[in-house]
Design a protein around this ligand. Structure first.
Ligand code: CA
Length: 727
């Protein structure tokens, strides 16, 4: 019997970015479709002493397998559950125990945290909810009420990856840069601090971590213009304890520490004017014996190096794995995976800690499957490279030099130096992106959400910095509006798969192929299982040793988040958030639909053995395909509109002006043949939905050119469809 908890608001909020009003309304509409058996189990209120988590419990998490108290379950971020009641022999009997409809319609990227029978999740827009983990009863929820206009500073959707818990409090980082402590029993705010300068385009999407009475938190924004840093706050009162920058500031103001002084030697020009980038927006792991925390840093701002550091240089500590003393924030070591990066190869993927026997010696390692396509194994005490091998095809380098630890680059890949376009693989979406990998100490294998994609890099010859939108300084018109054969070829090259990787041998053990990229994070268990969801609307379990697919369940929407497992009253559960979104869904456009039609249905799904729950049928999707208005602009104006669309619009509205399933499809906007277009694009009419005014970037003539380009896309697509229908 399925237990569905009572639901809140029905109407989605973030759908109408751009305000072009033909999205689909769905989230919550089916809340009534499958009514709950009201009192399947009388749900207790949250215990007064909720989330009583301290250092002893977190360090000893392996001896407490029923709980999942950290984003990656343990400080090692292995995402390995020692629970075995659900295992390879019986997983076929796994069924839906309960689910909960979420009140947002954007990407869901959080991993639930469970402590003593209470589950804490975050959703898009940095909202937090607590549930009875057995029954699914909502205990409390919290909405930080983020102003939606922040979306203009968000590359990758209004997502959030989860909470930290510590001594009765639950901590969330909000997309507008706050760190908020909530009472774990009631959800009421205890303290809140602004961790960023609101005058700069900082955001937060990653989960904070609790380490020894401190809450550590990073930030995002390296596509827009920020200086990255990691901060540690007093868990009790929100007082800043330490802050460590990842790139140097203006040398004339002095350096915060010797690490910044050293790093400044690898930069030139006036990088501090845009901040330099290097935001640590992804995974954080921690070795309690060494008291070292590990995380990665993003690309630089701008992507094209000649703007941020005209004479080149490594630009430390961009695209690096960094080790800090967790008590003081002092630099311990760094390993720069891509010196002088120009390809958006953020090194922010989770850094997974394990003890591996390599060449007969037990090594304490830190592992990362990078966006750049290489699987790195480092000594986590010293940062020394032990080994690296590519886990997906790479065409920007020939390998990693084992002596220097530097990539052996292919000169043609440096489009910034050659001035020539270069189609690179992996794309900026990465051989592996934020979706967390897992490591199973029993099989010795790492499980990576891997993908193969290409991306056409070209320098933006007319680049000007802006405070509205991105400052990457690459010509996004090159990836804009691929149609016909070129588009079909691009589709063929897009791949996504579950990759089991042997980190000792540095080679593939097995893979499970999906229809396309942008599949979910991964969990593995002592029951010889690997769990992963995918973009084809499915959550599935595989044998950890050989990859045989053992079970799957339909999810009605793509799955991005990492799943987790916990135990209450002797029964094991598996939980995952589902809901399409993220950078690929908003930038990818038609490419984002390679795995099938995409729409967001945001939910929390919880499974156990023998349960037989089903989801209600999804509400009908309201997509009105309008006939495009007549084209009145010249070919030159349309071409200019394409360039301007690439510069201003593509990050949110898709490379081919096709909705990737999150933001409205501009081709079908009724505002296209109306002056209302200018009210939105220049007047900021829909800023409360995230579509701010672009009047700082565009005059009316330029906005009209963009409109002409969108109309042309709609006309061309209509013709293409008619041609296909005829064939
Ligand atoms: Ca980036």
């Amino acid at each position: 019997m399925i237990v569905k908890s009572s639901h809140l608001a029905a109407v989605a909020i973030g759908l109408m970015i751009g305000g072009f009003a033909f999205g689909c309304m769905h989230s919550g509409e089916h809340a009534q479709a499958n009514s709950a058996p009201a009192a399947a189990a009388p749900a207790p209120a949250a215990p007064a002493a909720a989330a009583q988590v301290d250092a002893t419990r977190l360090v000893g998490a392996d001896k407490d397998p029923g709980n999942w108290m950290i984003y990656g379950r343990t400080y090692s971020e292995q995402r390995f559950s020692p629970l075995t009641k659900i295992n390879a022999d019986n997983v076929k009997n796994l069924g839906l125990a309960w689910y909960y409809d979420l009140d947002t319609d954007r990407g869901q990227e959080a991993t639930p945290v469970v402590v003593d029978g209470v589950m804490y999740i975050t959703t898009a827009w940095s909202m937090v909810k607590a549930f009875d983990a057995k029954t699914g009863k909502l205990l409390w929820d919290f909405d930080p009420k983020v102003g939606r206009e922040i979306l203009i500073h968000v590359c990758c959707d209004a997502v959030n990856r989860g909470v930290a818990v510590w001594k009765g409090k639950v901590y969330v980082g909000t997309i507008d840069g706050r760190l908020i402590a909530l009472d774990a029993a009631t959800g009421k705010p205890v303290w809140s601090v602004q961790t960023t300068d609101r005058d700069k385009p900082y955001t937060i999407t990653s989960a904070p971590r609790a380490i020894n009475d401190k809450i550590v938190i990073g930030n995002s924004g390296s596509e827009y213009g920020v200086r990255g840093y990691m901060s540690a706050y007093d868990a009790a009162n929100g007082k800043l304890i330490w802050r460590t920058y990842t790139v140097p500031g203006d040398p004339s103001k002095g350096f915060e520490n010797p690490a910044m002084q050293l790093a400044a030697k690898t930069w030139n020009g006036k990088w501090w004017e845009t901040g330099g980038g290097g935001s640590p927006w992804g995974g954080i792991s921690y070795d309690p014996d060494l008291d070292i925390m590990y995380f990665g840093t993003a690309n630089g701002i701008e992507w094209d190096q000649k703007h941020r550091s005209p004479k080149g240089g490594d630009n430390l500590y961009l695209a690096s794995i960094i080790a800090l003393n967790a008590s003081t924030g002092e630099y311990v070591w760094h390993y720069q995976v891509v010196p002088g990066d120009v390809w958006d190869y953020d090194a922010t993927q989770d850094v997974v800690l394990a003890d591996l026997t390599i060449d007969g010696k037990l090594r304490k390692v830190a592992m990362q499957a990078g966006k750049d396509g290489y699987f790195y194994v480092l000594d986590r005490k010293t940062g020394e490279l032990i080994s690296a091998n590519n886990f997906v095809p790479v065409n920007w380098s020939k390998g990693i030099d084992p002596k220097t630890g530097r990539p052996i680059e292919i000169a043609a890949a440096r489009y910034d130096k050659t001035g020539k376009d270069f189609t690179i693989t992996p794309a900026p979406s990465g051989g592996h992106n934020w979706q967390p990998m897992a490591f199973n100490p029993q099989t010795g294998l790492a499980y990576v959400p891997a993908q193969e994609e290409g991306f056409a890099f070209a320098t933006d010859k007319n680049f000007r910095r802006t405070t509205v939108g991105n400052n990457m300084a690459i010509d996004l018109a090159k990836v804009t509006a691929g149609k016909g054969q070129a588009f079909k070829n691009a589709l063929k090259g897009e791949k996504g798969f579950l990759l089991a990787w042997d980190p000792v041998q540095q080679k593939e053990a097995w893979r499970y192929q999906y229809a396309g990229p942008w599949d979910s994070g991964i969990m593995t268990t002592a029951g010889n299982l690997v769990f992963q969801g995918n973009a084809t609307h499915e959550f599935a379990a595989y044998r950890a040793d050989n990859g045989a697919k053992l079970w799957s369940s339909p999810t009605q929407t793509a799955v991005l988040a990492g799943s987790m497992s916990y135990e209450v009253d002797g029964e094991q559960y598996v939980a995952t958030l589902v809901g399409w979104g993220g950078s690929y869904a908003i930038l990818g456009g038609g490419l984002a639909r390679i795995s099938g039609p995409q729409r967001n249905i945001s939910r929390l799904l919880v499974y156990k053995l023998g349960a037989t729950g089903t989801l209600p049928p999804p509400a009908a999707e309201e997509v009105k395909v309008l006939d495009p208005p007549k084209q009145t602009a010249s070919a030159a104006t349309i071409a200019e509109g394409k360039k301007l669309y690439g510069r201003n619009c593509v990050m949110c509205h898709g490379v081919d002006v096709v909705s990737g399933g999150i933001n409205p499809d501009l081709r079908y906007s009724k505002l296209l043949d109306d002056d209302g277009f200018f009210d939105v694009v220049l007047g900021g009419k829909f800023k409360d939905q995230g579509m701010v005014s672009f009047a700082k970037n565009l005059n009316r003539k330029q906005a009209a050119a963009i409109r002409a380009f969108i109309i042309q896309q709609a006309i061309d697509d209509k013709l293409e469809e008619a041609k296909q229908a005829k064939n």
